[in-house]
Design a protein. Structure first.
Length: 108
């Protein structure tokens, strides 16, 4: 169960980070409302707080989180940008998640 909780927390963390970066992007690149910056700041604060919920050392958490972030970002690419990842993207996700698993779940 700890593995599923860790992965779930990483996914929620990645979504908070992506939303926190996407909203300013909408403001800057698509002439969105400046009001987008308020939920963006809240999402980034949530992102930082979520990273503190892992019991592992911070550097290990940050390193492993990157693999899940890559996966969620490519899901965002597909769901929000409407661009289907290609086979090389899927290979990259497999490599990133493999690295994440070694970092977070290897016995120490």
């Amino acid at each position: 169960m700890a593995v599923l909780q860790t992965l779930g927390l990483f996914v929620i963390t990645a979504l908070a980070e992506i939303i926190g970066c996407y909203l300013p992007w909408l403001y800057l690149k698509k002439q969105g409302s400046a009001w987008l910056l308020l939920p963006a700041a809240l999402a980034l604060a949530l992102f930082a707080w979520l990273l503190t919920l892992h019991p592992a050392a911070s550097g290990r958490v940050y390193a492993a989180y990157g693999g899940v972030y890559i996966t969620v970002a490519l899901g965002w690419l597909w769901a929000v940008d409407g661009i289907r990842p290609d086979h090389l993207d899927f290979i990259g996700v497999a490599l990133a998640l493999s690295g994440m698993a070694v970092i977070m779940f290897a016995p120490r």
